[in-house]
Each structure stands twice: as C-alpha cells, then as structure tokens.
Design a protein around this ligand. Structure first.
Ligand code: FA5
Length: 342
C-alpha cells in the first residue's frame, strides 16, 4: 500500500508539471484529491485495515494529501498570475494596516517656537551637544575654579587635553552657542538655538537629566531688558494661544548682568498649587539677562558699542505646561501609552 501511495504521488506530480491551463489543473486536482479521487479512496478504506496499517498508511496518505494540495495551490497561483500579465493582486486578501507614528510633543513645541522666533527675524542656529569645557563654561565667564560650575554638574567625557584635563562635556545648556554665534556672525545679531542638554542631577517631577532648551540672543545698539520682555511675552502668548502670566525675578548667572529668572503661571493647577509647580502656582521656565561684557568680548563684540539680551527657555518644561503633564520624566520614558495621546 505504501508503494501504491508513493506511485500515486509521483504520477500526480509528473502530470502537474506539464499542466499550463486552469481547467486541466482543476480536473487533475479532482482526480487525486476530489471526493472520488484516488487518494480520498485510500483514506476512506482505512477503516478496513489493521490497526498498524491504519496508523502507518493513514499518516502517509495525509502527508501526501497536504503536499499535493500545496503543489496544486502553487501551480494555480502561477497560472492565474501569468494569465494576468504577472501582476496578479488578490484584492480579496484583507489589507495590512500600517501603524502611523507622529511627531514627539517636544518636537511639536520646538517647531512652534522656531516659527514664532523666525517670524520676528531671528535666525535658527545649531551647536554641538558634545561641547568643549571652554564654550560651555569658560567663555561664559565661568572659569575652572568658579563655584558657579556646581550649579550645572554634567557628564565629562573620558578624553584629556594636553594639560591632562578633561575638556569635553555633554553641554549643560544651549548658552555656549551664544559665543559661537557672535564669533561667526558678529554684531548686530538675532538668533535662537534649539537643542538637547544634559545634567548630572537627581530627577523629580520637573527635573530630568536630558532635556531641551532654546537659547535666544539679540545683540545690537541700544538693546535693553524692555526688548527681552516684549519678545518673550509675545512668544509665550503664541505658544499657549492666550495671555500667559509671567513673573520676573532676579537670578544669578555669571554670563549675564543683571540676571533674571522668569516663571510662568502654572497652567496645570491655575494657581491652586500642585506637584508640577512645587505647590507655588508658578513654574520656572527660563533664565535670562543682559549679556555680560566679558561674554561679548569672548564673542569678539565690542561691549562699548553693543549691548544684548540672552535667554534660555526650558522647552521640556514648556511642553509640560502646554500639554498639562505633571511629570517631566514621561517625555523621555518611551512609554507608548503616554506618547499615543498626542
Ligand atoms: C540655564 O541653563 C542658562 N543657560 C539660561 C540662561 C541663558 C540664563 C541665557 C541667562 C542667559 P537654568 O539652569 O536655570 O539656566 O536652566 C534654564 C531652564 O531650563 C530652566 O528655567 C528650566 O526651565 C529648564 N531646566 C533647568 N534644569 C532642568 C532640568 N534638570 N530638567 C528640565 N528642565 C530644566
């Protein structure tokens, strides 16, 4: 019986190899696998066989049946495909839905900021994330032994300069590009610098180790804090699409004089006090001030002739306020349950 089965299989496959027409293929399939087909007849006869044969012959018959079915299907696909010029598409197969992503909420806010600043004539510039100690600190009036270095602890890279000092850092802010921009373009200048920054610090609802800032710089003759306030108020109103409460406090940054910290009214609790605003109703959003004469000099700009303001907005914090997110760490979490809401 085993030989008979192998013979049926060989015969079917030999005949199949010569078939080029669909009606002949269907007839052949019927001859072997149809209700009255040769293979079906053997399977139907299994009940009259011994237990041992039932097992052996039944298994082999089924294997041959599966193999022949597959070969018939392949041959059918080929015949149908070539009948339609080889471009056969089975429109009855359900389509595969492609999952569509979207822009990250921080990128959305950053794009809005760039548009707003561009509309006011600011250039959009870029700077390196891996920055030299010189641009990140020294050129911003923070020499090596200055205690202000402790305000922004960072990640030092394991390379050393010729004085055997670690001199490359993951930048702690976008401010290094202030000096780079002045050196490249001189004064007058109006630019913003969006980018990612890094700090070695303990995280909480409003602090992360990796976050985004946008630096702003406006240097010219007769620039004052009044210009700074007007630009920032316009941009914040533009981002939130409403009048935003802004609070200006004195703040210390060695690269500006005077220095300011600017808070916005908490959009999450509307002043009712929540963890996102550390129960104060306000959230610190940016540092700013009039550029220190030493920094202008590092940038090759004459402080006797020019003055300018600079600011560094915490864009991740701004995104928190815009989308009413009460923990900053969610933005970098990669958690799709969070991301898919935007
Ligand atoms: C600075 O980074 C200064 N470079 C800003 C500046 C620019 C001052 C130009 C003067 C002139 P500060 O460390 O305060 O300052 O950070 C600026 C903003 O970044 C903060 O107001 C806050 O919105 C955001 N920020 C600071 N640290 C974190 C953090 N760990 N996680 C998330 N956002 C932060």
């Amino acid at each position: 019986m085993q030989d008979k089965l192998e013979k049926i299989k060989k015969e079917a496959l030999d005949k199949l190899a010569d078939i080029k027409k669909l009606n002949l293929l269907e007839a052949l399939e019927k001859e072997y696998l149809g209700r009255k087909g040769q293979l079906t007849a053997i399977l139907r006869n299994l009940s009259s066989m011994s237990d041992e044969d039932k097992k052996k012959i039944g298994k082999l018959s089924n294997e041959i049946k599966v193999e022949l079915s597959e070969k018939f299907k392949e041959a059918k696909d080929i015949i149908i495909g070539s009948a339609r010029g080889g471009n056969y598409v089975d429109v009855s197969i359900p389509g595969q839905k492609i999952k569509q992503g979207h822009i990250h909420p921080i990128t959305q806010v950053m794009g809005d900021l760039e548009k707003l600043f561009s509309s006011m004539g600011f250039m959009v510039l870029d700077g390196p994330e891996l920055e030299s100690d010189h641009y990140n600190f020294t050129a911003l009036n923070i020499p090596a032994d200055h205690p202000a270095r402790d305000m922004q602890d960072t990640f030092y890279i394991d390379t050393k300069n010729k004085n055997n000092e670690h001199d490359m850092v993951m930048r702690t802010h976008t401010s290094p590009v202030q000096v780079r921009a002045m050196q490249k373009y001189g004064a007058p200048i109006k630019c913003v610098v969006p980018g990612r920054v890094f700090r070695n610090e303990a995280t909480d609802a409003t602090h992360d180790t990796t976050f985004y800032q946008i630096e702003g710089l406006m240097v010219g003759e007769g620039i004052s804090l009044a210009n700074l306030k007007a630009v920032l108020q316009d941009v914040l109103n533009g981002i939130f699409q409403e009048e935003v409460g802004m609070r200006i406090r004195p703040g210390y940054f060695p690269f500006v004089e005077p220095g300011l910290e600017i808070d916005i009214a908490c959009t999450i609790c509307k002043g009712a006090k929540c963890p996102a605003c550390k129960h104060t109703g306000w959230l610190e959003m940016l540092g700013s001030g009039m550029i220190h004469p030493e920094v202008l000099k590092y940038g090759g700009v004459d402080p006797e002739k020019y003055s300018g303001f600079a600011f560094g907005i915490g864009v991740t914090r701004l995104a928190m306020m815009k989308y009413k997110i009460d923990d900053i760490r969610l933005f970098n979490s990669g958690d799709l349950r969070f991301m898919e809401q935007f």
